[in-house]
Design a protein around this ligand. Structure first.
Ligand code: GLC
Length: 484
């Protein structure tokens, strides 16, 4: 059986700050259904919940050299739904409330990368494929490239690297190269290596030294070849495009299922959603909005950040709330946008409910209760919220870029096709116009129910995408039927 090992900084349900955790939490389960065994390595972050901490078994410890120091590598294990999770324990680096944003992030994740490789050896767990995600674990792929030259344990491991967001690259002082990574400068510190201006760039290393690179949608895989989306790495992406594949993310269809979801008051299906609006009424009561099922409810569940297109909303919100609508917001982020939504709630208490925090259960209630989901991102590698919205028949209005373009099909009034609405240019009034178009269709009983149905029937489970990953693994191993 093919042996795959994932390493990442976060995975649901243990730790989650964003979409990375959802993907690392759900893709291994889909691969397992395809007959592939996946083990997942994570840091043992201090924020682990007690219920999860209690599930862990201590296996033992090894150590790694980090510059002149020797650092402890504790190894814990647990198995959930057939997936083995290994947790790397080092309280100095990871017993902290936040996953990122610490002054020594470079050192922490380089430590983690080395620790994963040491733990594999200690466990005598030899993967066919080591699959890492985003800059935090990119050093693993670089180190495998180097270790393979003198240590046969690593020499036949193939590496895959997935870019979830090219905007976060892990750029650090070049002393990391010699002192922490212990890589020879002449071999790795140059323009076709880790060097990035006068620093080292781990994302760049992940791209260059991996056997294969993927990103989370076909469109994003194209976009990052150009300067606008390329985040100063478009040249490197273009030089390595031969080993780059875009594979769209799926979502966990068991967790997100309006037929069984424990967080929502009223269940419904694609063939019978006549009671979906009761979820809206429940939300109206909960959020202190006037209870009226006929008023269209728009929703945002998002990090409130520039990347998510929040400044477009800032420009048009005042005009938009003059319509007969309700608008609910759930999420945290830049204080500028948090304050903006608080202000609109204060000014329009009968129309706007701003929930400036994140709560998983409440997010499900919003996905089920709202009518229209707004996601006008500046760039979006894949985006998962629009997939969840589709699954719950909450019609998305999106900017047609990246994964949003690949997953939301704008309504075509001539053919009746489509499951949402889209606009192309990063322009506030295009967004406003598109929302108004959606509102007009909301009132048209010949259109709206079909949009809900199309949205709910679109298949964004992992089924197809996990096979696309499997295909890459098989090709790298030169074993066309390796999963059998
Ligand atoms: C990042 C991207 C998002 C993607 C997620 C999972 O959060 O910004 O678009 O869906 O990773 O791949």
């Amino acid at each position: 059986m093919m042996k795959i090992v994932f390493a990442a900084a976060e995975a649901a349900p243990f730790f989650k700050t964003g979409g990375l955790a959802d993907v690392v939490g759900s893709l291994p389960k889909a691969l397992l259904r395809d007959g592939v065994s996946v083990d997942v390595f994570l840091p043992l972050h201090g924020s682990i919940r007690l219920e999860h901490r209690e599930m862990l078994t201590y296996l033992g410890a090894t150590s790694v050299h980090l510059g002149w120091r020797i650092q402890h590598v504790g190894i814990f294990e647990t198995t959930v739904d057939g997936i083995h999770y290994y947790f790397i324990d080092n309280e100095f680096y990871f017993r902290r409330p936040n996953l990122y944003g610490e002054g020594d992030d470079g050192e922490r994740y380089i430590y983690f990368s080395k620790a994963v490789l040491a733990a594999l050896k200690w466990l005598d767990l030899h993967p066919d494929i080591l699959h890492t995600h985003d800059w935090h674990t990119a050093a693993i792929n670089v180190l495998v490239d180097y270790y393979a030259k003198y240590d046969s344990f690593y020499s036949d491991i193939k590496t895959v690297y997935t870019i979830h967001n090219l905007a976060y690259q892990g750029v650090f002082d070049p002393y990391c190269l010699g002192d922490l990574l212990n890589l020879p400068e002449e071999e790795y510190f140059h323009e076709e290596g880790l060097k990035f201006y006068d620093n080292i760039n781990l994302m760049k290393g992940g791209i260059i030294y991996s056997d294969h690179v993927t990103t989370v949608s076909k469109s994003y895989a194209e976009e990052i070849k150009y300067p606008f989306f390329g985040e100063n790495l478009d040249g490197i992406i273009r030089r390595h495009e031969g080993k780059l594949t875009g594979i769209v993310n799926g979502i966990d269809y068991e967790i997100y299922n309006p037929e069984t979801d424990v967080h929502i008051p009223v269940h419904y299906t694609a063939s019978n959603f006549s009671r979906k609006h009761e979820n809206k009424m429940h939300l109206q009561i909960k959020f202190g909005l006037p209870v009226d099922p006929s008023v269209p409810m728009l929703a945002i569940v998002s990090r409130l950040a520039d990347m998510k297109g929040m400044d477009l909303l800032a420009h048009i919100f005042e005009e938009l709330v003059q319509e007969n609508i309700q608008f609910v917001i759930l999420g945290t982020g830049q204080s500028r946008y948090e304050d903006m939504f608080r202000y609109f709630q204060y000014r329009y208490p009968n129309k706007v409910a701003a929930r400036i925090y994140f709560n998983q259960a409440e997010s499900h209630e919003i996905y089920a209760g709202a009518d229209i989901f707004v996601m006008p991102s500046l760039f979006e590698p894949c985006g998962l919220s629009q997939l969840i919205a589709l699954r719950y028949g909450t019609v998305p209005v999106v900017r047609q870029i990246g994964g949003l373009k690949d997953t939301v099909l704008p309504y075509n009034q001539y053919t009746g096709e489509g499951n949402g609405f889209g606009f192309v240019n990063y322009n506030a009034h295009e967004l406003l116009f598109t929302i108004k178009e959606a509102l007009a269709k909301y009132r048209d009983p010949n259109v709206w129910p079909y949009l809900i149905e199309h949205a709910m029937l679109a298949d964004h489970s992992w089924k197809k995408s996990s096979l696309a990953y499997l295909d890459i693994y098989k090709k790298l191993l030169g074993r066309p039927d390796a999963s059998k």
